[in-house]
Design a protein around this ligand. Structure first.
Ligand code: SAH
Ligand code: SF4
Length: 423
């Protein structure tokens, strides 16, 4: 599946700009509030205390099952109450600055979220990758990153701010809006056989899987990420199975156990090196949480099992971490951990100091880990196709070229990652 983003969609851009929603007022959004928060907000707005929990539950269904943005459409809520809700709260979507659609259906959205406090508005990228058996959404948790992994473009951008639970969820909600992934009318609810049974079977969703692999380190924004993922996986919320949610971390050890205990989603670890000397350079947080500590946390990851394996992401850097000795060491290190290995061809960016390993080396590496019992899918390095496409955009302005290039990098990185992690 060749990925070449269609960058000539001026019509789409213009149409989106014309529709762009800017939040006109300061009303709080109900999106991103857990039930207790929402009940408290409703009481604050004058809704009788004894109704608040029930109303919160009704609202959740309208907001997350059906994706309604208009209180007036919530027909099981009395009219005067709907008016009160509209006076006090909003369900508005963020401004969608840009939507790029690849020929293969991959989509990338650029959102602009309003300023929080003294800050400026921020722009956030989200990528959707449809495949034959699933559709995966790659979601951002921060704007920029405090960590400085030397092979990562986001690592060159200072942290601007954490995204709120609302902003994290909005990426999924707008994806569902754009893909027509909210039902028009209440579907017949299947009899729930177990708590993982979703409102709509995940397999019938356009967005069936989500991965926290966009911009930022999710475990440095734990509370917001947790809140968002619990709503995403709640059967009265966006009702995705926790098995279809994967959080990727560079190795923030104290957050790993909490992720298993408090969120219960799948885990991916950006390992990338098999010794501390090299990992200190590639993933500098390793100086604080070295490999042995990181792998201990993985061994103890709540809920990990052979059917719920931890994904180890390993970027293939030419002459740096791609030898057979590295592959051997990787297998040794992961012994006893229910793991799969996701080999990611390095996606170069302007100014990056690494090259991607040759295809032969990647294959040899993959074969070795495979022969030793680890699933080790390698994704076609689509980033190369995209860079070729970007290089052809001679008529675009410099600013657009830069933005498109970043878009392409992001999409490629997400593409390279999602499938194995989301199994
Ligand atoms: N901060 C988290 C999640 C976001 S990064 C983390 O580091 O895990 C998602 C994945 O993209 C990580 O595995 C990261 O190591 C990888 N990545 C970053 N830059 C890359 C590049 N240029 N080429 C390939 N993979 C990259
Ligand atoms: Fe941050 Fe992850 Fe990039 Fe490292 S790889 S700089 S943790 S986004």
């Amino acid at each position: 599946m060749a990925l070449s983003l269609d960058l000539t969609q001026d019509d789409t851009r213009a149409a989106l700009a014309a529709q762009a929603i800017t939040r006109a007022d300061e009303k709080p959004s109900l999106i991103g509030m857990d039930r207790a928060d929402m009940a408290a907000a409703l009481i604050e707005a004058g809704i009788p205390q004894k109704q608040a929990r029930m109303r919160a539950s009704q609202l959740w269904q309208w907001i997350y099952w059906y994706g309604h943005t208009d209180f007036a459409a919530m027909t099981n809520i009395a009219k005067d109450l709907r008016a009160k809700l509209a006076d006090n709260f909003t369900l508005e979507r963020p401004e969608l600055v840009e939507e790029l659609i690849s020929t293969d259906g991959t989509r990338k959205w650029l959102f602009r979220f309003p300023a929080r406090g003294a800050g400026a508005p921020v722009e956030v990228e989200t990528v959707y990758i449809p495949e034959s058996d699933r559709g995966t959404l790659c979601i951002s948790s921060q704007v920029g990153c405090t960590l400085t992994c030397t092979f990562c473009h986001t690592g060159t951008q200072k942290l601007v701010r954490n995204l709120t639970a609302e902003e994290i969820l909005m990426q999924l909600m707008v994806a569902r809006d754009r893909l027509g992934d909210f039902p028009d009318k209440p579907p017949v609810k299947a009899a729930a056989k177990n708590e993982e049974e979703a409102f709509i079977p995940d397999g019938d969703r356009k967005v069936s899987n989500i991965v926290m692999m966009g911009m930022g380190e999710p475990l440095y924004n734990f509370e917001h990420v947790k809140k968002a993922l619990l709503i995403a996986s709640d059967n009265e919320g966006l009702s995705l199975s926790k098995r279809r949610i994967t959080l990727s971390t560079s190795g923030v050890v104290p957050g790993i156990e909490r992720t298993g205990d408090e969120i219960g989603c799948g885990l991916a670890i950006s390992l990338h090196a098999t010794n501390d000397e090299l990992r200190d350079v590639l993933v500098p947080i390793n100086k604080k949480y070295p490999i042995a500590k990181l792998l201990d946390a993985c061994r103890n990851y709540p809920g990990a099992s052979n059917s719920k394996r931890i994904t180890f992401e390993y970027v293939m850097l030419d002459g740096v971490n791609d030898s057979l000795a590295d592959a051997k060491e990787l297998v040794r290190l992961l012994k006893g951990i229910p793991a799969k290995i996701n080999l990611i061809p390095f996606n170069p960016w302007p100014g990056s100091q690494y090259e991607c390993s040759s295809w032969e080396k990647i294959e040899a590496f993959a074969e070795f880990v495979n022969a030793n019992g680890y699933a080790s899918p390698v994704r076609t390095p689509r980033g190369r196709d995209i860079f070729a496409a970007c290089g052809q955009l001679k008529s675009e302005s410099e600013r657009m070229r830069k933005k498109d290039r970043e878009t392409a990098e992001f999409a490629a990185r997400a593409e390279a990652l999602v499938q194995p992690a989301a199994e």
